[in-house]
Write a protein that binds this ligand. Structure first.
Ligand code: ADP
Ligand code: MG
Length: 233
């Protein structure tokens, strides 16, 4: 068995008066897996991803990612952890609009202290692989949604994170661009990248993940190797 990249043990997280956003969730994701997390709005998908990313803390339980206990990290350690271990992509790209494409992509490496020349080479290579090298010096506002998400993927991969997290990465894209992103994630996983994708988009889950977890009211109600059963319904 390959090593766990994510290990959640008995994790719960609630907000004020409401029911728990996550209710006693335990989950292991191993290196090389591509996992989708499906579930209705409000089922706890983003909460789960934020706990794994160290952007939020559980009330109870432990979160371990690539050997790091994430649940107890302070703010500075948590930021360092994310730079070293996590690439994230979001529905609305979260690019910095007053930086060029290449400067957006290089930023995580600069924050991690990578040498300037090495960072520039790595960024150029990623932009090339992702087919957006001709936009290197453009500002994100000039690009289409699909192109912006490619920039976000390049930025996420900059520091070679052991774990790539995506929260509704096709939520703001047209169908064709969404399919592109699915293919891109599938290619990355074929090269060994461990991926967790939170999505409403069944086609995306089908195209780029081989294991599907279903969340309902903060609990895992299904965890299957494929979504064949899902699509047959
Ligand atoms: P999903 O991503 O599946 O739509 P979320 O994880 O965002 O679900 O939310 C799960 C539940 O937790 C929802 O009931 C939501 O209202 C609540 N919740 C999430 N974040 C917060 C927050 N920062 N403050 C209060 N309630 C929150
Ligand atoms: Mg969400």
């Amino acid at each position: 068995m390959t090593v766990p990249v994510i290990e959640l043990c008995d994790v719960s997280r609630g907000y004020d008066d409401g029911p728990p956003a996550l209710d006693d969730v335990s989950l292991t994701v191993r290196a090389g897996e591509a996992v989708s997390v499906l579930g209705p709005s409000g089922s706890g998908k983003s909460t789960l991803l934020n706990l794994v990313a160290g952007l939020d803390r559980p009330d109870t339980g432990t979160v371990t990612v690539d050997g790091v206990r994430v649940d107890g990290l302070g703010e500075a350690a948590s930021a360092r952890y994310r730079r070293a271990k996590i690439g994230m992509i979001f529905q609305f790209f979260n690019l910095l609009d007053d930086l060029t494409v290449v400067d957006n992509v290089v930023l995580p490496a600069q924050l991690a202290g990578m040498a300037r020349g090495e960072a520039a080479r790595r960024a150029a290579e990623l932009l090339d692989v992702l087919g957006i090298d001709r936009h290197a010096n453009a500002y994100p506002g000039r690009l289409s949604g699909g192109e912006r998400q490619r920039v976000a993927v390049a930025r996420a991969l900059m520091n070679r994170p052991p774990l790539l997290l995506a929260d509704e990465p096709t939520g703001a894209l047209d169908t064709a661009s969404g399919e592109d992103v699915g293919q891109l994630l599938a290619d990355l996983n074929a090269d060994g990248q461990t991926i967790v994708v939170v999505t409403h988009d069944l086609a995306l889950a089908r195209s780029c993940t081989t294991r599907t977890i279903r969340l309902v009211d903060g609990r895992i109600t299904a965890d299957a190797d494929a979504i064949a059963a899902e699509s047959a319904r």
